[in-house]
Design a protein around this ligand. Structure first.
Ligand SMILES: Nc1ncnc2c1ncn2[C@@H]1O[C@H](COP(=O)(O)OP(=O)(O)OP(=O)(O)O)[C@@H](O)[C@H]1O
Length: 305
């Protein structure tokens, strides 16, 4: 009886949480939120269709524990040079999906093809080579706090070095020049010799982007890049990501909680609900009905056993 009451209480609390999240998404969708700023140039549906495919995800499944699928038969293509946002409620599987793309998380089954090469089970040197092509930025930045901005950015080149060069942080003149150019592009050149723990969140995230860029990636994965930032800093970060995509032709994939931000900056949006792709389309196709399907939840599925 005590256990039954506890389960009921947990169920009600979690149901309230997800209902509140869905309501907040709908409210922010209806309002003009500060983060989105002014007009942003994104690709039309036709332009996205014309972009070449850089990666294919086929029948991707992930189970952390046997029989409990977190990703369920996920299928979609990623285009070269698009900004693709992944939206969905907490626990939908956004991080799992993003981290499966560079194999930080091993999928349980399915296939990932990158530049026509099956990367689902590559190992060792091949896996490292594949990862140099895929940069990543994180919600909590993942920088080395006691090192300077410059050193953190130069760390992005480590994927190209042997372990001895890496240990002694041996960087070439051209790597240093390039890092400097990228730091300047991101507007953090005044802080170049500062330790990263002296920076604001928005500045730290720009260091994270610069570190990903020196890696010369073809794809940048961004796991909730603005979740810890205020609206002003969030806008700066989204504008940089948009620019990287439009001007450098790098594919940017962003996990986002804010539908209005996804709608404003993306060329395409994928909606995940309980590990399934329930929407894959152009931002202009997002309406209240789509939001309900992405954020509507079968609450019984969310109860921990
Ligand atoms: N390492 C892990 N071991 C076991 N279960 C996990 C692990 N990582 C995530 N999960 C579970 O997988 C599901 C999807 O989690 P994931 O973090 O991918 O979702 P998300 O959509 O990114 O959520 P959020 O928006 O809250 O970050 C959740 O139920 C989560 O509890």
């Amino acid at each position: 009886m005590v256990v039954d009451n506890k389960v009921k209480e947990v169920k009600e609390t979690r149901t309230d949480f997800y209902q509140k999240e869905a309501e907040e998404v709908l409210i922010s969708f209806d309002e003009d939120i500060e983060i989105t700023g002014g007009e942003v140039e994104t690709a039309t549906k036709e332009e996205v269709r014309e972009m070449p495919v850089i990666m294919s995800i086929e029948n991707l499944n992930k189970e952390y524990s046997k029989g409990k699928s977190v990703l369920k038969d996920v299928n979609f293509e990623i285009k070269q040079g698009e900004l693709l946002s992944i939206i969905g409620p907490s626990g939908a599987g956004k991080s799992t999906l993003l981290r499966s793309i560079n194999r930080m998380i091993e999928p349980t089954s399915g296939k990932i093809t990158f530049n026509n090469e099956d990367i689902t089970s590559v190992k060792g040197r091949e896996l490292r080579r594949m990862r140099t092509n895929i940069g990543m930025i994180f919600q909590h930045y993942n920088l080395v706090d006691r090192l300077s901005v410059y050193e953190n950015v130069l760390h992005g080149t480590l994927g190209y070095k042997n372990s001895l060069q890496g240990i002694f942080s041996l960087y070439t003149e051209s790597e240093k020049e390039e890092a400097l150019d990228i730091i300047t592009e991101l507007g953090i050149e005044d802080h170049i010799y500062k330790r990263c723990d002296e920076l604001s969140g928005g500045q730290k995230q720009r260091v994270g982007i610069a570190r990903a860029l020196v890696q010369k990636p073809k794809i940048i994965l961004c796991d909730e890049p603005i979740a810890s930032l205020d609206p002003g800093s969030s806008r700066v970060i989204m504008e940089h990501l948009r620019k990287i995509c439009s001007e450098k032709g790098i594919t940017v994939i962003v996990n986002l909680h804010q539908v209005d931000v996804a709608k404003n900056y993306s060329d395409r949006i994928i909606g995940l609900n309980s590990g399934e792709v329930v929407f894959n389309g152009h931002p202009t196709e997002i309406d209240r009905e789509v939001i309900q399907s992405v954020y509507g939840t079968d609450f019984d599925d969310l109860i921990m056993e």
